[in-house]
Design a protein around this ligand. Structure first.
Ligand SMILES: Nc1ncnc2c1ncn2[C@@H]1O[C@H](COP(=O)(O)OP(=O)(O)O)[C@@H](O)[C@H]1O
Ligand SMILES: [Mg+2]
Length: 378
């Protein structure tokens, strides 16, 4: 006497071609699928697994092999996993349809139906999990690669800027020196003050590169800096650019506010931010306003540089601090990157908020505490 399971298996064996045919007609599979023919074979393999499961419950190991194999193929074929899940489900319905037509009484069929359901559930789970794991791993590798190239680009920038700084700094220093001598010998010579001012600007621009070019900044000198004085100085320094750009400045900083930090570096940060604001304001047809103000909260200084310029889209706010991100024809995209590094080195943080009405860059710096300088990692 043959057992129910043997009868069922025989029945499925007789109808395997029809099953495959029906399944093939219903599944979603692209003509370009790398593993088009393999998909059909996998269908048959699954059919074999069903037959074995009817005989004996399957171990996870047995299901895993086929699940991992198909997952790998789906990744390589670059197919959305939902198509795969759909095809597996079509297979399951087809098989259940055939099983229920086997002529075996319903009660006797129940345990086989349960076994088949469980086989398909476990198979889908393992395959989808494996598919996601492979995809995640690929993504991580991609990110690692991007990180790597990012670092390489920074190294190139470092090399570029060291030679840049060398080649430009030396003649510049001597030009600045000779201009001073000229002014000393001929105090009435016209245009010298303008030349000096422009040379100073150039010098500052160049030192921007200096900050990125030094891989590890030697502990920089720290001193007490009066913020209001520093901004008076900056506004004076930038006066020609402000005038030229038609920008009105309002500085509102408590005259008693002192921070401890490196003067050159903080000046560099504020200079970058103010110059960016002037640039952004050029897009405003009406009044161009630049506001600088400070507040103190819980031992932290918050210094904001605000302009009523164009909005920075939500999606780009983080990108602007990345090196080389620029929207300007002649931009370098390293200004904000350097600002962030220098502020972090001072134990602070820099944030940007932008609405339709105004864009603000706010720097938070610890006021009184003895901050240890964070060694710069670039
Ligand atoms: N105040 C601002 N308003 C609007 N956009 C800004 C402002 N500051 C910076 N940005 C945007 O951030 C980008 C990166 O700035 P930055 O790193 O200083 O490089 P760069 O000034 O050379 O472009 C700018 O090109 C600009 O698109
Ligand atoms: Mg800039």
């Amino acid at each position: 006497m043959t057992s129910t399971s043997d009868r069922l298996i025989d029945f499925l064996e007789e109808h395997s071609t029809e099953f495959l045919h029906n399944w093939r007609d219903k599944i979603v599979i692209s003509e370009e699928d790398l593993y088009k023919t393999e998909v059909l074979r996998n269908g048959l393999r699954m059919y074999e697994l069903v037959k074995r499961a009817i005989r004996n419950p399957l171990s996870e190991e047995e299901i895993r092999m086929l699940a991992y194999k198909t997952a790998q193929e789906r990744v390589e074929a670059n197919v959305n996993i939902s198509e795969f899940v759909y095809n597996v489900n079509v297979g399951k319905s087809e098989i259940i349809k055939w099983v229920s037509r086997s002529g075996i009484e319903w009660d006797a069929l129940q345990r086989y139906l349960e076994e088949i359901n469980s086989l398909f559930d476990r198979f889908s789970y393992l395959a989808v999990k494996q598919y996601t794991d492979i995809r995640d791993k690929q993504l991580q590798e991609k990110e690692l690669y991007i990180d790597q190239t990012h670092k390489e680009r920074l190294t190139i920038l470092g090399q570029m800027s060291s030679s840049f700084v060398h080649e430009f700094r030396n003649p510049l220093t001597s030009i600045i020196g000779f201009t001073k001598l000229l002014q000393h010998d001929h105090p009435d010579l016209p245009y010298l003050d303008i030349m000096q001012h422009e040379l100073d600007q150039l010098n500052y621009r160049i030192s921007q590169f200096l900050h990125v070019s030094r891989k590890e900044i030697i502990e920089s000198k720290r001193e007490t800096i009066n913020l209001a004085d520093m901004f008076d100085d900056l506004v004076e320094f930038l006066y020609p650019s402000l005038l030229d750009g038609d920008v009105t400045v309002k500085v509102d900083i408590d005259r008693d506010l002192n921070v401890s930090g490196n003067k050159d570096e903080l000046r560099q940060v504020f200079l970058n931010l103010v110059m960016n604001s002037i640039d952004a304001l050029q897009q405003v047809p009406g009044e161009r306003e630049l506001k600088i103000h400070s507040t103190v909260k819980e031992g932290m200084l918050h210094l904001s540089i605000i302009n009523n310029g164009p909005q920075i889209e939500e999606g780009t706010i983080n990108a602007i601090f990345e090196p080389f991100y620029t929207t300007k024809e002649l931009g370098t995209g390293i200004g904000l990157f350097i600002c962030k590094k220098l502020i972090e080195k001072h134990g602070g943080e820099i944030m940007c908020r932008s609405t339709e009405d105004e864009t603000s860059f706010t720097i938070g710096l610890p006021l009184w505490s003895e901050v240890t300088f964070v060694k710069e990692k670039i």
